[in-house]
Design a protein around this ligand. Structure first.
Ligand SMILES: C[S@@+](CC[C@H](N)C(=O)[O-])C[C@H]1O[C@@H](n2cnc3c(N)ncnc32)[C@H](O)[C@@H]1O
Length: 228
């Protein structure tokens, strides 16, 4: 099992304020105007590393879920075709402006859709990437299941996220911040097993990213579909 699973057990989330879709929309309505200034710099290197992994992955059709203000969009190779989705109309407005201003011809669609239930046809994408989204969506396990559905078997699924620390001062801060989840729009004490159950983690790799190992890049090759 990957070292990423040696994290905080899911039960420790019990004290966190839960996020529903309306709370996400409300939080990102507030964040949209300042998101790039507040979060852009600290997340830039992890985002660049994740998009580089997308660019290296086989296939052309890319789904970026929780595309936000579109900070990643200029980083994709021109031969990748990008569909971006997000719950927040205000974040998407910013992404659309970016596409217009930078004439990003490989961005095919930016759609207001729920990443947990996209309505895309099964196996439509070669690659799906969710950057700083897994700890924001209301039901992370549903997000992971939906990405497995819309990515073809053998395709690539990537997550970039902060995952909760096992112990020490950082974990105390994460737990102290957890009740503010609704206002923040994400869960500071998010545990990896809320996203991927250990039994679904075969072939999963995880590596820490800059700055300070704060974020992790989790990647997996989508297994063949098994009816459950
Ligand atoms: C922290 S921002 C990350 C934005 C972008 N990925 C980036 O790298 O800057 C999280 C984004 O996920 C979106 N989001 C949260 N839940 C979602 C859902 N269920 N479906 C689609 N987007 C969602 C939010 O609206 C927000 O734009």
């Amino acid at each position: 099992m990957s070292e990423v699973f040696k994290t905080v057990p899911a039960e420790s989330m019990a004290g966190s304020a839960s996020l529903d879709a309306d709370a996400v929309r409300a939080a990102y309505r507030r964040w949209a105007g300042i998101y790039d200034y507040v979060f852009g710099a600290v997340s830039a290197s992890a985002r660049a590393e994740a998009v580089a992994a997308v660019n290296r992955a086989p296939g052309v059709a890319v789904l970026e879920v929780g595309v936000g203000t579109g900070l990643a969009l200029p980083l994709y190779q021109s031969d990748k075709r990008i569909t971006g989705i997000d719950l927040s109309a205000e974040m998407l407005d910013r992404a659309r402006s970016r596409v217009r201003q930078q004439a990003l011809a490989n961005v095919d669609q930016l759609l207001e859709l729920d990443a947990e239930d996209t309505g895309f046809e099964t196996g439509r994408f070669d690659i799906a990437v969710a950057m700083f989204v897994a700890s924001v969506v209301p039901h992370p396990i549903k997000l992971a299941a939906e990405l497995r559905r819309v990515v073809r078997p053998g395709g690539t699924i990537l997550f970039v996220n902060h995952f909760a620390s096992e112990s020490g001062p950082v974990s105390w801060v994460e737990r102290a911040m957890a009740p503010a989840s609704r206002a923040l729009g994400w869960h500071p004490d998010f545990a990896i097993d809320r996203l991927i159950a250990p039994e679904d983690a075969a072939g999963l790799t995880a590596r820490r990213m800059r700055p300070f190992g704060l974020f992790r890049l989790v990647s997996m090759i989508n297994p063949p579909r098994v009816e459950r």
